[in-house]
Design a protein around this ligand. Structure first.
Ligand SMILES: Nc1nc2c(ncn2[C@@H]2O[C@H](COP(=O)(O)OP(=O)(O)OP(=O)(O)O)[C@@H](O)[C@H]2O)c(=O)[nH]1
Length: 212
């Protein structure tokens, strides 16, 4: 019996409007980059299946609107996230300063076990850089987060950052994951046995029929 996935996880992307959240997500899930900026309204999501340590993980990634006016809606999604990707734009200093605000909002609403990483996007725009790699790295250290500089445009570090946050979530929920995989294996074993029994019965009935 082929399993499509073993586990479903929810990730959430947060950061100012225009930092490139939607582009990162499209790059990761559809291998596409669209240079136009159409602001996300409220929230949107995309799915992707990853295989990590032999576990098929289906990730549901929520892309939130960075605009202030949608924050009442987007905050409702914080509680359900197991992993969060904070995104700023390396060519936009205020978007970097605002990470502190995004992080404190998450502290208020998200579950304790939530795993977080920090991403500085648009690393292809070296000429317009306003935030150094060192500044990004230091902030990540302060918050005890892993740090990546990415480019949705050139596909640099995109898969690496989504994969990393997924790995962190799996590690944080290891006991639950092991339990779930155990019960899934039991279920599949039982189902296979039932199937086998069923086919044996069918054969058996046919033989009885002949014997009569
Ligand atoms: N050079 C460059 N531009 C990028 C990159 N990622 C996104 N952009 C551009 O940045 C703009 C905003 O990207 P979006 O993905 O729409 O931004 P967002 O964070 O989803 O914005 P909201 O939905 O308003 O919160 C677009 O014009 C993109 O083309 C990147 O890696 N490099």
């Amino acid at each position: 019996m082929a399993k499509q996935y073993d586990i479903l996880l929810r990730l959430l992307m947060l950061g100012d409007s225009g930092v490139g959240k939607t582009c990162m997500l499209r790059r990761f899930t559809e291998s596409e980059f669209d240079p136009s900026h159409i602001s996300t309204i409220g929230v949107d999501f995309k799915m992707k299946t990853l295989e990590i340590d032999g576990i098929k993980v289906r990730v549901q990634i929520w892309d939130t609107a960075g605009q202030e006016r949608y924050q009442t809606i987007t905050k409702q999604y914080y509680r359900r996230a197991q992993g969060i990707i904070f995104v700023y734009d390396i060519t936009n200093e205020p978007s970097f300063q605002h990470i502190a605000k995004w992080a404190s909002d998450v502290d208020e609403c998200a579950p304790d076990k939530v795993q977080r990483i920090l991403v500085g996007n648009k690393s292809d725009e070296e000429l317009g850089r306003q935030v150094t790699t060192e500044q990004g790295s230091k902030l990540a250290e302060t918050y005890e987060m892993d740090f990546f500089e990415t480019s949705a445009s050139t596909n640099s570090n995109i898969s690496e950052s989504f994969t990393r946050v997924t790995e962190l979530v799996l590690q944080a929920h290891k006991r639950d994951v092991d339990k779930l995989l155990g019960s899934l294996d039991d279920y599949l074993e039982k189902a296979a046995l039932e199937e086998e029994k069923g086919s044996q019965n069918a054969d058996g009935s046919a033989q009885r029929g002949c014997a009569c």
